[in-house]
Design a protein around this ligand. Sequence first.
Ligand SMILES: CC(C)(COP(=O)(O)OP(=O)(O)OC[C@H]1O[C@@H](n2cnc3c(N)ncnc32)[C@H](O)[C@@H]1OP(=O)(O)O)[C@@H](O)C(=O)NCCC(=O)NCCS
Length: 146
Amino acid sequence: MSNLLTIEDLAEQDIESVVALWRRCGLVREWNDPRADIALARTSPNAAILVARLDGAIVGAVMVGHDGHRGWFYYLGIDPAMQSRGYGRLITEAGEHWLSVRGVAKVMLMVRPDNAAVHAFYESLGYFDQPRTVFAKWLDGRPPTP
Ligand SMILES: CC(C)(COP(=O)(O)OP(=O)(O)OC[C@H]1O[C@@H](n2cnc3c(N)ncnc32)[C@H](O)[C@@H]1OP(=O)(O)O)[C@@H](O)C(=O)NCCC(=O)NCCS
């Protein structure tokens, strides 16, 4: 055992493990289809899914991308059995690096207001709260989701 964390782009054979990881992390909402989200991200040159492995086993993942202006993180999670070991910090820094080398100056992400633990995690990594109201609309005609 090397205890060396590696972070690389998701490969086809990682998809089911990453979806299972995101479910264990509580990141999958009933109105989101993570396989469709992965498939769409993989078609974009401005997006990637970074996968963290420890001795070959997937322990974390994040979807990162930019819209030509800001960078965004989605689905950032570390396996519950492997949290509090610094891996969340490492995968966040890998996502920041992915954006920085593409010329993106700022990264954004959304956290539910009552999720104090995740607020503390991002604050410890230098992130700051920017109070905004997030407006959204499903383009397929679905009604609003929480
Ligand atoms: C949030 C999450 C990614 C953190 O991963 P992790 O591997 O446990 O985090 P780390 O061990 O790298 O912690 C990094 C820093 O955050 C702090 N931190 C992490 N969780 C914390 C908590 N619950 N309360 C306070 N601080 C916390 C750590 O103390 C550490 O600070 P330090 O480096 O100054 O000591 C992980 O808990 C997770 O996957 N949660 C479920 C999914 C989720 O909600 N993701 C966020 C979506 S926006």
